[in-house]
Write a protein that binds this ligand. Structure first.
Ligand code: C2E
Ligand code: SIN
Ligand code: SIN
Ligand code: FE
Ligand code: FE
Length: 484
């Protein structure tokens, strides 16, 4: 090929190359542009050739890309650079530029890597979103507290969807209203007081129709009503609302608000709906836990009420004075508290004190209610009452830890008590403390076999039994409580 033909041959290749090729003269005029430059620049070749860059693209001489071109032009060096820009229609472009000095000026070859870049960004976004879903999973698993889980969900949703406000509203099936449960990013508290009927407004519509409702531009949507006033206060421009549904039941809606108009791409909407799914699970599992807790509490209350009922029945049979058992129970709890027993032991001490003489159920009336002194034979039966208590209570799991007082309240410090003749600290602390209280209250009360004693005499009696019948420390503590 001769030189002329070789030149035509290469020019022909350049003209039709998919990549942009252009030659810029020393005076910044376009000396050559190929078809791709015109296509990408969305200009005719004639609008470019012979024109100066800064006239075709006003302001370009103020950009980093131009500064690099100027440097290459002056120092006659090559360079590479990424050029990211926005087309007049708002879409983004990204080109990889190769700049080469030539005798006429600069030769520029640009590779369009817009799609590569978008693919990379999409992968990064997806990875970020996976991390967000994971964070929400952990928050749901790690917390039984709905407020706490919602807080994480709102924060992650706001970040993940690049939203300005996120709001969760819960459906109240009794009132058919949707009421705000939590919000983040709002400026005014009005946002947290929003409550609408099913079907009303954007959120209400999403809830009723069970689908995502999109308002990319609130100003154009022609909505009216009090909620729009709240939206205006928040400077809200776009609103997306999707229903929260768990096991087919509507539980609320989640609203995402932006302070600029926003047309959501499909992948954004998909992610929004995934987040709504997670939110539904979080709310559902927190509710299930709350219900379980309530059921547990109800059951516990039922137990305590039952025990109190038993103990009143026992008092009645024993012809105890009104409230003996409640009195000794209260006094015993004060003592155990002062003796440093822990909070979780209290419940057992309380139950034990309430049921301390439950074993007397096994003692016949003619002995229990005998107006005079007991015979030796009768004492044998009477002394069995702590053992009866043990037999009665030990099979009941929730009373197993309450057994110390009913079983050991007649043991004595010096080992002369019954049923087992335990000595000193072999006797459980709760029973040692309780024994003092029980004798004190028994002696102050009238019994079928004797009249109640005066208070001073009772105290004196208890004092003399320190170290024989009673743990001396228990007596000391008890006398201190009496003077409080
Ligand atoms: P209780 O009436 O609840 O009395 C509990 C404990 O208080 C008695 O345990 C005892 O340590 C003390 N106590 C009660 N009354 C007196 C009293 O008059 N004098 C003295 N020094 N201490 C008193 P204790 O002795 O193991 O008795 C256990 C249960 O046996 C009594 O429970 C009561 O139900 C019955 N009991 C005891 N003595 C008699 C009696 O003389 N006649 C009858 N019918 N029952 C008796
Ligand atoms: C809602 O807040 O759930 C309803 C929104 C509206 O009525 O516009
Ligand atoms: C909302 O859904 O929170 C209120 C927005 C509206 O006015 O529809
Ligand atoms: Fe007793
Ligand atoms: Fe008693």
């Amino acid at each position: 090929m001769d030189t002329q033909r070789t030149g035509d041959y290469f020019k022909d290749i350049l003209d039709h190359l998919l990549e942009d090729c252009q030659i810029i003269g020393f005076d910044w005029r376009y000396l050559y542009v190929n078809d791709a430059v015109a296509r990408h620049g969305r200009k005719e070749k004639s609008e470019l050739l012979g024109q100066r860059m800064m006239d075709v693209y006003p302001g370009i001489d103020d950009t980093p890309i131009f500064r690099l071109l100027a440097q290459c032009m002056e120092t006659r060096t090559s360079a590479r650079m990424l050029n990211e820009f926005v087309y007049p229609d708002g879409s983004k472009g990204c080109f990889d530029l190769s700049i080469q000095p030539i005798p006429d000026g600069l030769f520029i070859l640009s590779l369009d890597i817009t799609e590569h870049k978008q693919a990379k960004e999409l992968i990064e976004t997806q990875l970020r979103r996976l991390a967000i879903l994971r964070a929400i999973d952990l928050a749901i698993l790690g917390s039984t507290d709905l407020r706490l889980a919602l807080k994480t969900i709102l924060e992650e949703t706001k970040a993940g969807l690049e939203a300005d406000i996120v709001q969760v509203e819960l459906y109240n099936p009794h009132t058919f209203m949707i009421e705000t449960a939590a919000a983040i990013g709002n400026r005014s508290r009005d946002m947290e007081r929003i409550s609408v009927s099913l079907g009303e407004g954007v959120g209400g519509k999403a809830a009723l129709e069970r689908r995502t409702v999109a308002v990319p531009n609130l100003a154009d949507a022609g909505l009216a009503g009090p909620l729009i006033a709240v939206m205006a206060k928040e400077d809200a421009q776009a609103l997306y609302s999707t229903p929260l549904i768990a096991k087919g039941t509507l539980i609320g809606v989640i609203n995402v608000i932006l302070r600029s108009p926003f047309t959501a791409p499909q992948e954004w909407l998909d992610f929004f709906e995934t987040l709504a799914g997670q939110t539904s699970i979080a709310i559902e599992s927190a509710k299930a836990f709350e219900n379980l807790q309530r059921a547990n509490l109800d059951l516990k209350m039922a137990y305590e009420t039952t025990i109190e009922g038993w103990s009143r029945a026992l008092d009645l049979r024993d012809k105890e004075t009104e409230g003996h058992t409640l009195r000794v129970t209260e006094m015993t709890l004060k003592l155990t508290h002062m003796a440093g027993m822990t909070e979780d032991e209290f419940i057992h001490v309380r139950r034990g004190a309430l049921l301390h003489d439950i074993g007397k159920m096994g003692v016949p009336d003619h002995i229990l209610l005998k107006p005079g002194k007991l015979t030796d034979e009768e004492w044998v039966a009477m002394r069995k009452h702590p053992t009866f208590a043990f037999e009665l209570l030990s099979p009941i799991a929730f009373l197993r830890h309450a057994i110390d007082i009913p079983f050991c309240h007649h043991e004595k410090w010096d080992g002369s008590g019954y049923p087992r003749g335990l000595k000193g600290e072999e006797i459980p602390l709760a029973a040692r403390l309780f024994a003092v209280v029980d004798v004190w209250d028994a002696l102050r009360s009238d019994r079928p076999y004797r009249q109640g004693w005066p208070e001073e005499k009772v105290r004196e009696h208890i004092r003399t039994l320190a170290g024989t019948h009673f743990d001396p420390k228990a007596v000391e503590l008890f006398l201190r409580v009496l003077t409080l």
